[in-house]
Design a protein around this ligand. Structure first.
Ligand code: AMP
Ligand code: GLY
Length: 438
């Protein structure tokens, strides 16, 4: 193991270009151990803190060449496609340090069928399920199963591969869309049909070296596009952390019944899991159950979790990449963080790009962080929209309400044509907190 000398300044490469990567770069840049940060491909917000590298996040060979030539000490990968395609194996085969799971370990996200069979084998609580490779067999099953039911493409589908069907017709349509029309391509060669779970959803991230684990504060995402959790699912329209529903006792249970068995099970399967493990959980009446695993940080959860960490994240990631996290001590601020996503009108469907964003500099103040996601540099140095989710504005506060007010005050200063955001991020949590206080 290469120990990190305090005098040594690290050169980091962050892969990705969204709000999550901006939050990662923002946090990593605060470490006294950092010399220089590069980000491939990055965005205009990230460019204020890191040198942009014009390589796409899936061009693994070009990223590896760059890391060698630029003498990068540690690479941190944001999005899942590169991880599932084996970027970690490629870097490590060339003697480069990288934070993330191997291709084999990333199957926990890359194949839902793998994840479900793994959970069954290691008795990790999750929804009952069936896997189908033939559309006709799946159809027969769907004609008789309990409704609502959840139908999921096995492979990666950019967060759109899970359909919660509230009627038999919807279930059959989902099956046709995934297995016959191949909306998600090869990812739909197999499907997982799952029992519907009722409860609140929580995202828990843990950093792990394959043996030791370090659990970060739980967060709650808002996946649906409209207020009141209505409308189609998106990548996430807002988040907050810590999650009031996740008591210390419940988090202990998640550690004992879910995270620890996953890490131990993956080691037993000869697929040691290193990096960050994202457990998407449903807090059901029977306790926490796994909805899905991701092999990366969540977006926009990262924009609320990382600002609460007061210890050095570079050190943690360095120790993970070296294979021994046991000496790391996580420390946290006793604060709340809440992020609101500003999206392009029409998202998650079709939307226009290239709209000039105003009010950005006025929003940069203490206890507010403006994270860029889908932005680009437009004419005359102006920042323009360049994606569905454009910005995530994080407010920090000593109370949940204060964090929320700060986030929304900043949101209201930012404008672009067609701008859309939910106005109820954190509303449910606030009710929960108020009823606990009474
Ligand atoms: P996934 O791609 O597996 O994360 O699923 C996307 C979303 O669908 C989740 O965030 C949940 O809101 C919902 N979902 C997935 N599986 C289930 C389930 N078994 N029961 C209820 N909701 C689910
Ligand atoms: N916010 C959900 C995800 O990152 O998958």
């Amino acid at each position: 193991m290469t120990t990190l000398l305090h005098s040594e300044k690290l050169r980091l490469l962050v892969v990705g270009s969204g709000g999550r990567e901006h939050a990662l770069v923002w946090k990593l840049a605060q470490s006294p151990r950092v010399g220089k940060i590069f980000c491939a491909p990055g965005n205009p917000g990230i460019a204020q803190l890191a040198a942009s590298v014009d390589i796409s996040s899936t061009n693994i060979a070009a990223l590896r060449h760059f890391a060698e030539e630029a003498r990068i000490d540690l690479t941190i990968v944001g999005p899942e496609p590169a991880l599932v395609a084996g970027i970690v194996d490629e870097f490590e085969a060339h003697g480069l340090y990288i934070f993330g799971p191997s291709q084999q370990a990333a199957q926990l996200e890359g194949s839902k069928a793998f994840a479900k069979d793994f959970m069954r084998k290691y008795r990790i609580p999750t929804a009952a399920y069936q896997i189908f490779a033939q559309a006709e067999a799946a159809r027969q099953y769907l004609l008789k199963c309990k409704i609502p039911v959840v139908i999921k493409a096995d492979g990666l589908a950019a967060g759109k591969g899970a359909i919660v069907a509230h009627s038999r017709n919807e279930a059959l349509n989902a099956l046709a869309m995934i297995m016959e029309q191949k909306q998600f391509g090869e990812a739909g060669n197999r499907i997982v049909v799952e029992e519907f779970m009722e409860g609140e959803e929580v995202s828990v991230f843990c950093l792990t070296d394959g043996v030791n684990l370090c659990i970060l504060p739980a967060a709650q995402d808002h996946k649906a596009v409209y207020n009141g959790d209505l409308g189609p699912n998106t990548g996430g329209m807002g988040a907050y952390s810590p999650a009031p529903t996740m008591s210390a006792e419940l988090l202990q249970r998640v550690h004992r019944q879910i995270l620890q068995p996953v890490i131990e099970g993956m080691a037993l399967e000869h697929k040691p899991y290193r990096g960050v493990l994202y457990a998407g959980l449903m807090i059901t009446a029977e306790g926490p159950k796994v909805v899905e695993f991701n092999c990366r940080f969540g977006d926009p959860e990262t924009q609320v979790v990382l600002p609460l960490i007061t210890s050095d994240l570079v050190e943690a990631m360095w120790l993970v990449a070296q294979g021994d996290l046991s000496d790391y001590r996580l420390t946290l601020a006793s604060q709340w963080a809440l992020a609101v996503v500003l999206a392009s009108g029409g998202y998650p469907g079709e939307y226009e790009t290239g709209k000039v964003i105003s009010g950005l500099s006025r929003s940069e103040e203490k206890n507010v962080i403006v994270f860029h996601a889908g932005t680009a540099e437009g004419p005359r140095g102006k920042v323009v929209t360049n994606g569905g989710r454009v910005l995530a504005i994080t407010g920090l506060g000593d109370t949940f309400q204060q964090a929320r007010e700060r986030a929304y005050q900043a949101v209201n200063r930012i404008r672009f044509e067609g701008e859309y955001h939910r106005t109820d991020i954190g509303a449910k949590a606030l009710k929960h907190l108020k009823s606990n206080a009474n």
